[in-house]
Design a protein around this ligand. Structure first.
Ligand code: DC
Length: 213
């Protein structure tokens, strides 16, 4: 049996990343940002001049893609040719193409394997869109973190980002393969009127209750 996997899903700018990172720190688990994995592929394609809409070209590049998915200080990292990708992952070209890349079933299958790999030897807090529904469907620790569209837009603006989260969410919800969805057994956490600390404590309390069973 694998160590515990905490699944945190939700739409863009719902606060799930911050919350997942803090929960991982409090529990001493590794934090895995799966959005960064999709973003790294989108970035690499842009570097190569391959349009995300050219599905056949994307699929044929995948096996030789020079990306390494690792971790540093209990936080997931993506390296390309030994260089850690950071600001590259939020470039406008990446924001614009990532949900097209993430809709390709072969890309998802490629990353699914890497995501599950992280949990083979250690407990993880993994955030994304399909963690509770597809990556770890059997985990009892599933949380769907959301907020009203107004609050999410304000949070995005506060990050200094102006990408169209509505359009990305629409794409992510409507794709055929592993869409953004709340797993039926996930706890819904509407963070619109909550502080980050309140959200973290609510989820940690639920995890501890379940771990004690
Ligand atoms: O969490 P993020 O905004 O960095 O994610 C970037 C994109 O990647 C998002 O538009 C949807 C996609 N994604 C996904 O399809 N599945 C995941 N588990 C994580 C992200």
């Amino acid at each position: 049996m694998n160590p515990p996997a905490i699944a945190i899903d939700g739409p863009a700018a719902s606060g799930k990343s911050t919350v997942a990172r803090l929960i991982a720190r409090e529990l001493g688990y590794t934090f895995i940002n799966t959005g960064a994995m999709y973003r790294a592929i989108a970035w690499y394609l842009a570097q190569q001049g391959v349009p995300a809409t050219d599905t056949n070209a994307v699929i044929s590049l995948l096996p030789g893609i020079p990306l390494q998915f690792g971790k540093e200080n209990s936080i997931s990292t993506v390296l390309c040719g030994g260089r850690k990708l950071t600001t590259e992952l939020t470039l406008p070209a990446v924001n614009d193409s990532v949900s097209v890349v993430a809709a390709i079933p072969e890309v998802r299958a490629f990353l699914l394997q890497k995501q599950r790999e992280y949990n083979k030897s250690e407990p993880v807090v993994m955030e994304g869109r399909d963690i509770g529904s597809v990556v770890f469907p059997d985990t009892p620790f599933k949380y769907f973190v959301t907020a009203s569209p107004e609050v999410r837009a304000a949070r995005r603006a506060a990050q200094g980002l102006t990408d169209s989260i509505d359009e990305r969410d629409k794409n992510d919800r409507s794709r055929r393969c592993a869409p953004l969805t709340q797993a039926p057994d996930a706890l819904l956490v509407d963070t619109s009127a909550m502080t980050i600390d309140q959200v973290v404590q609510l989820i940690i309390n639920d995890i501890r209750l379940k771990l004690a069973r």
